[in-house]
Design a binder for this molecule. Sequence first.
Ligand code: DX5
Ligand code: ZN
Length: 216
Amino acid sequence: MPELRINPSLLAADIGHLADGCRRVEDAGADELHLDLMDGHFVPNMSFSPAVVEMARKVVDIPLNVHLMMTNPGPYVDAFCDVGADSLLIHIEPDIDHAAVLKHIRKKGVKPGIVLNPNSVLELIVPVLPLVDEVLFMTVFPGFGGQAFMPEPLARIKTLREQNPDLAISVDGGINLETASRCVEHGANVLDVGSSLFNVEDMKAEITKWRGMLKA
Ligand code: DX5
Ligand code: ZN
């Protein structure tokens, strides 16, 4: 299994001090910064834009892991790649030409990833698996931080890990130390975490604790 990665999600930062939120994540020793982009159509909420990714690129050096919750991400790929995204993840649910979008992301020198909602079956992503570096399982329905973890994807994570020992497998939504441990046991190695890491006094101590407790 690839190394554990802990990626705090900027969605849980104080919106009035987003640059400070980015620095806090880097100073805490996180592996990547996770940024959530919502279009108000695929999910019933709106969040950041390419300008926020551009700001993050200016203030931190860690990789930017950008999660697009969009019905039609294709036309925005260049904008996110050009401002410094290191990985770009799109959802499997919208009826788009996923292969074309993922190939375009790769051509831009950015790592492509695919995301499944908690009720999406694994079979859906089989055709695009050879095109991605990361598969992200939503463990809540996307749109809002602070929701309760849904266990349904755990069995799918286990199956995918058995078939792909080296793939980056991520989870996002309701991740705390207890749910993280269940995800890691089932084969996830990337944790996208909002409230559980931003709502503590000392994010660095918390991440250090998680790394110690989640060791295989
Ligand atoms: C949810 C987002 C998540 C969110 C997770 O739609 O994709 O990345 O920030 O937040 P928590 O960890 O609070 O559930
Ligand atoms: Zn996310």
